[in-house]
Design a protein. Structure first.
Length: 276
């Protein structure tokens, strides 16, 4: 029986969210069960988090689904958490997907190795030549609203609320997973057409430096981040997304010892948050 003096953690998840190629519920059932070894844990739906969080020592936001499905409720949760000094993991200061897709424009302008991104017709004209271009909502997630258009369509495109990128014909995608600023493991999808058919990946020192650069840029002290990148035909890596709100972790695809190490580091990170 858990001790009454254990910290109380509210674990936010949407167990019923139908993610393509993934089972959010399995991952959160596993993770919350392991957290119960060290914390008193209660699960709740993201729509209930704001009403319940004051009764807990910390709030962990995990596989809660795309925020755009409940944007007003999420904004209320974030505002009330900030005003009340609630400890939230991931902390709510992320500059990447947590705040929309503006970071892709910011990183492009700053010269980071990211898929070139534009949000104005005059800038789209300077994008690299490609057979097709990706048009995605600024506040999109999980490929919702994503479409492909030919270059000649860019001139007449409405840029209200969307971003444009060249469609990169990459060799494969690779994801790097971090707890706070510490690298945990990497997975990659050998077949570009099967994004969530992942296998373990052994990163090089250059790969890790690439991923660490974006984690450092984001400046999150308390949180799990996933750096998604694509390997270009020339062999380099380009950032696709920096997931800093509720990244799916694909823990079922890593070795048991890697999974146990991740859980241990996650627990330690929560203790650091509680001590902060």
């Amino acid at each position: 029986m858990p001790s009454a003096v254990q910290p109380r953690v509210l674990y936010v998840t949407d167990l019923a969210y139908p993610a393509r190629g993934r089972r959010y519920c399995d991952e959160d059932i596993f993770l919350s069960s392991r957290l119960r070894e060290d914390f008193d844990v209660a699960l709740c739906h993201p729509l209930d988090a704001a009403a319940l969080m004051d009764g807990f020592d910390a709030v962990v936001v995990r596989n809660s689904g795309p925020v755009l499905h409940y944007q007003a409720a999420y904004d209320d949760f974030a505002r009330r958490a900030a005003e009340g000094g609630v400890r939230v993991y991931n902390q709510l200061t992320g500059k990447a997907d947590m705040a929309g897709k503006q970071y892709l424009l910011d990183l492009t302008a700053a010269g980071y190795p990211v898929i070139p991104t534009a949000d104005r017709a005059e800038d789209a004209g300077r994008l690299p030549d490609a057979e097709e271009y990706v048009v995605k909502p600024r506040l999109g997630a999980d490929s919702i609203g994503l479409r492909f258009v030919p270059r000649e369509a860019l001139a007449d495109l409405s840029y209200d609320g969307v971003l444009v990128q060249p469609r990169i014909r990459f060799r494969y995608e690779v994801s790097f997973y971090f707890v706070d600023d510490a690298f945990q493991y990497a997975l990659h999808a050998p077949d570009p057409a099967r994004r969530w058919e992942l296998v373990p990946y052994e990163p090089t020192a250059e790969d890790l430096a690439f991923a660490q650069r974006f984690v450092d840029w984001n400046g999150i002290e308390h949180g799990i981040q996933r750096v998604d990148a694509c390997r270009t035909p020339e062999g380099g890596l380009l950032l696709v997304e920096l997931e800093d709100l509720n990244p799916y972790l694909s823990l079922d695809l890593v070795a048991p010892e890697t999974r146990d190490a991740f859980v241990g580091d996650f627990k330690a990170a929560l203790r650091r948050l509680l001590d902060s």
